[in-house]
Write a protein that binds this ligand. Structure first.
Ligand code: BES
Ligand code: ZN
Length: 639
C-alpha cells in the first residue's frame, strides 16, 4: 500500500480540496499555514476545558487527520499511517496527543529526520499522553503505528458472531474517549478536525465510514481499498468504521441502509420512514448539513442502541421489532446530526447538551411522523425514567445536568438525568415560551453555533441574549440556572399529560389488586406495554407472574424493550420459567442497556441469581463489546 503520497501531490490535492469547499472547514494548503478562519475555534473559557484529554490545544492543535490504514483481522489490529495537520503557537515546543495502547513505529514531520516523542504513564481510563517534540517549522506529523489487539474502540467479530456466519466483522465505537485506541490524535470533542481515510481490507469485505465516499473502491491483489473524506470539522469521537460482508439498500433520495445481506430486507422495512424523518427534522430545526443520511445495522453484539456517526448512524439490530415501534432510536440518532454533531459538547461534563437536547428533538420528530399520541406516551415514559433516576440518587449532586468534575466521562450508561431530565428541561422551556417562538429560537441556535463546541454557560448565555433579551419576568419563570446547575427538579417542571397512560394505569391498579391480566394487552402500543410492566409492583408472587406470562406471552415477545422490562421483573422475583428466555436474550445480543442491568440484578441475588449469572456470562462474555466486558468483569463472575 502506498502510505504517503509525495509532498507535491499532497499539496496539490489539498489546494484543490480547499478551492472546492464552500463551507468553512479546516483544510489548508500545505506549508502556507492554515487560514485561521477555516479552523474550528477552540473555546478558551475554563468551563470549556476537557479533563479527559491530555491535549493542550491552545499551544498546538490538530485540525486535519489523514489516515491510510490496513485492517488485519488475523492480528486484530488496524495499522498504517496517520498524517496530522497542526496549528501551533510559533514558540510551541511540543504537541500532546492522546494515545491508548497504540504501538508507534515512528513519527516524522515529512522530512527524513524523525521527531522525538515520549509516551507518558498510562491511566486506565484516559490512556497516555503522547508528547511529540516540534521543530520550529513542523506543521505536519506523520505517525506510523498499529492499534493494540484489545483496543477499546474496536470490536472484532468472528464469522460465527455475525448474522451471515461466513465472514469476519469489525466496527468501532469512538464516543466518549475510545478513539485514541486506534487513532493517534487529540481526542477531545472541543478540538474539531476534518479528516480523510484510505482503508485497505481483505477482498470480499466492504469498509464504510462516517463520511462521504471520496473515490470508488478498488479491488486488486487480494485487497479492496475504500476512500472517505469528511470536509467538515468534527469532534474526533465521530470518526467511525465498519467492515464486513455489507450490502446496501436505498431508502430514499438521501437515505439508505447498510447491513449484512441476510439482514437487509428486514432492516430496510423497519427503517422505511427514515427519509420522512430527515425531512421532518429539517422542517423543525433547519437544514441537514451532512449530505447523505445512511444507517449501518450492526450485528447483535453491538454495545449501544445507536451511535450518531455523521452521515452513517450505527444501530443495534435489537431495534427491529417488525412494526417500527422502536424507531424512536432512529429519530434520536438523526437528531444528533444537529445536537451533538453540529453543536457539540465541548467536554463530557456537558453531555446533556448532546443527549438531552437530542432526546427532546427525537420526540419532536416522533410527533411529526407518528402523531401527538405516540409522542406524548414516549415523553411520559422518559419522564418516568427521569423520576427513577432522581429517586435512586435521592435528588443528590449527580442529578444536575451539568456534571461536576467527579462524575467522570459519561459512557452512555445511566440516562435518566442527562437524557431525560435534559429533555424535560427543554419541554419546560417550550411550554413557557410557546412552541412557535421556542422552535424559531432553537433553529437559530443551531445556525449560530454550527460546527462549534458548546458549554452549558454558553447555551444559557445564548438563550438570554436571543430569547429572554432582558425580560425579567421571563427570566424568573424559566429558572435556567436551577435546571442546569442544581440537583433535583425545579418547581416550573412541565409534567407529562396524565391522559397519555390513563387506561394503562387503570389496568396496573386492577392487576395489582388481584384481577386478571389485561385482555387488551396484545393491542397496546409498545409504550403502553412498557408502562404497564414498569409500573407493576417490583415484588410479586410466582402465581401472579405465571398468570401474566401465560396470558401475555411475555417470554416469547419479539419486542426487545418489552422483553427486557419483563425479564427485569421476572429476575427480581426469581421466576424460574423465564430463565430460558433470559439465557437466550443474554447470549443472542450484546446491547449493554439490556445486558448489564439484568446480569447485575442476578449477581446481587447470591443464592438464586448469581449461579445463573455465572453460567450465562461464561458463554456470553466473548460476544460482548470490550466496554461491556470491562463493566461486567467488575462483578467477578469468572468466565
Ligand atoms: N451517543 C449515544 C451513545 C453514547 C453515549 C455512546 C455516550 C457513548 C457514550 C447515542 O446517541 C445514544 O444515546 N444511544 C442510546 C439510544 C437512545 C435512544 C437513548 C442507546 O444506545 O441506547
Ligand atoms: Zn444520543
Amino acid at each position: 500500500m502506498n502510505l504517503i503520497r509525495s509532498a507535491a501531490a499532497a499539496a496539490a490535492a489539498l489546494l484543490l480540496a480547499a478551492c472546492q469547499q464552500s463551507e468553512t472547514n479546516t483544510v489548508a494548503p500545505e506549508g502556507a499555514g492554515p487560514p485561521e478562519a477555516q479552523i474550528a475555534p477552540i473555546l478558551e473559557t475554563p468551563e470549556a476545558k476537557d479533563a479527559a484529554t491530555y491535549a493542550r490545544p491552545l499551544e498546538a492543535r490538530v485540525y486535519h487527520v489523514a489516515l491510510d490504514l490496513n485492517v488485519d483481522f488475523d492480528a486484530k489490529r488496524i495499522g498504517g499511517t496517520a498524517a496530522l495537520d497542526i496549528d501551533r503557537k510559533p514558540d510551541a515546543k511540543e504537541i500532546i496527543l492522546d494515545d491508548k495502547g497504540l504501538e508507534i513505529e515512528s513519527i516524522t514531520d515529512g522530512s527524513n529526520e524523525p521527531l522525538e516523542y515520549k509516551v507518558g504513564a498510562a491511566d486506565p481510563k484516559l490512556g497516555s499522553p503522547l508528547a511529540v517534540t516540534l521543530r520550529p517549522d513542523t506543521r505536519r506529523l506523520i505517525i506510523k503505528y498499529k492499534s493494540a489487539p484489545d483496543a477499546g474502540a474496536l470490536q472484532w467479530l468472528t464469522p460465527e458472531q455475525t448474522a451471515g456466519k461466513k465472514k469476519p466483522y469489525l466496527f468501532s465505537q469512538g464516543q466518549a474517549i475510545e478513539n485514541r485506541s486506534w487513532i493517534p490524535t487529540q481526542d477531545s470533542p472541543g478540538i474539531r478536525q476534518s479528516w480523510e481515510a484510505t482503508i485497505h481490507v481483505p477482498a470480499g469485505l466492504t469498509a464504510v465510514m462516517s463520511a462521504p465516499k471520496s473515490a470508488e473502491p478498488i479491488t486488486q491483489g487480494g485487497e479492496s481499498v475504500f476512500s472517505y473524506k469528511m470536509p467538515h470539522s468534527v469532534a474526533p469521537y465521530m470518526i467511525a468504521i465498519g467492515v464486513g460482508d455489507l450490502a446496501f439498500k436505498s431508502l430514499g433520495p438521501r437515505t439508505g441502509v447498510w447491513t449484512e445481506p441476510v439482514m437487509l430486507d428486514r432492516a430496510a422495512s423497519e427503517l422505511e420512514d427514515t427519509e420522512k424523518m430527515v425531512a421532518a427534522a429539517e422542517k423543525l430545526y433547519g437544514p441537514y448539513r451532512w449530505g447523505r443520511y445512511d444507517l449501518l445495522v450492526l450485528p447483535p453484539a453491538a454495545p449501544y442502541g445507536g451511535m450518531e456517526n455523521p452521515t452513517l448512524t450505527f444501530l443495534t439490530p435489537t431495534f427491529i421489532a417488525g412494526d417500527k415501534s422502536l424507531v424512536g432510536l432512529v429519530a434520536h440518532e438523526l437528531a444528533h446530526s444537529w445536537s451533538g454533531n453540529l453543536v457539540t459538547n465541548s467536554n463530557w461534563a456537558d453531555s446533556w447538551l448532546n443527549e438531552g437536547v437530542t432526546s427532546y428533538f427525537e420526540n419532536r420528530i416522533m410527533e411529526a411522523i407518528y402523531g401527538p399520541k405516540r409522542a406524548a406516551q414516549e415523553a411520559s415514559l422518559s419522564f418516568d425514567e427521569m423520576e427513577k433516576a432522581l429517586a435512586e440518587e435521592h435528588n443528590g449532586p449527580n442529578t444536575q445536568l451539568h456534571l461536576g468534575p467527579k462524575e467522570g466521562v459519561p459512557d452512555g450508561g445511566s440516562g435518566g438525568i442527562i437524557y431525560d431530565k435534559g429533555a424535560v428541561f427543554l419541554r419546560t422551556l417550550e411550554k413557557i415560551i410557546g412552541r412557535e417562538k421556542w422552535d424559531a429560537y432553537l433553529r437559530s441556535y443551531f445556525d449560530r453555533h454550527a460546527f462549534q463546541p458548546m458549554t452549558s454557560a454558553r447555551f444559557l448565555a445564548d438563550i438570554r441574549e436571543n430569547l429572554i433579551k432582558g425580560d425579567k419576568t421571563l427570566e424568573a419563570k424559566l429558572q435556567l440556572d436551577n435546571w442546569v446547575y442544581k440537583p433535583g427538579l425545579p418547581s416550573n417542571v412541565a409534567r407529562p399529560d396524565p391522559v397519555a397512560f390513563a387506561s394503562v394505569d387503570r389496568a396496573v391498579r386492577a392487576f395489582a389488586a388481584g384481577g386478571p391480566p389485561p385482555s387488551a394487552f396484545s393491542g397496546w402500543t409498545t409504550a403502553e406495554k412498557l408502562r404497564f410492566l414498569n409500573k407493576l409492583p417490583r415484588k410479586m408472587a410466582k402465581a401472579r407472574l405465571d398468570a401474566l406470562n401465560k396470558a401475555l406471552k411475555l417470554n416469547e415477545t419479539g419486542n426487545n424493550e418489552v422483553l427486557f422490562a419483563w425479564l427485569d421483573l421476572a429476575m427480581r422475583n426469581r421466576f424460574d420459567p423465564a430463565v430460558p428466555a433470559l439465557e437466550k436474550f443474554l447470549t443472542s445480543q450484546g446491547r449493554r442497556k439490556f445486558v448489564q442491568p439484568l446480569i447485575e440484578t442476578l449477581a446481587e441475588d447470591k443464592e438464586w441469581g448469581r449461579p445463573i449469572a455465572v453460567r450465562v456470562y461464561k458463554v456470553a462474555r466473548a460476544s460482548y463489546h470490550p466496554i461491556t466486558q470491562r463493566d461486567l468483569d467488575k462483578l467477578k463472575l469468572g468466565g
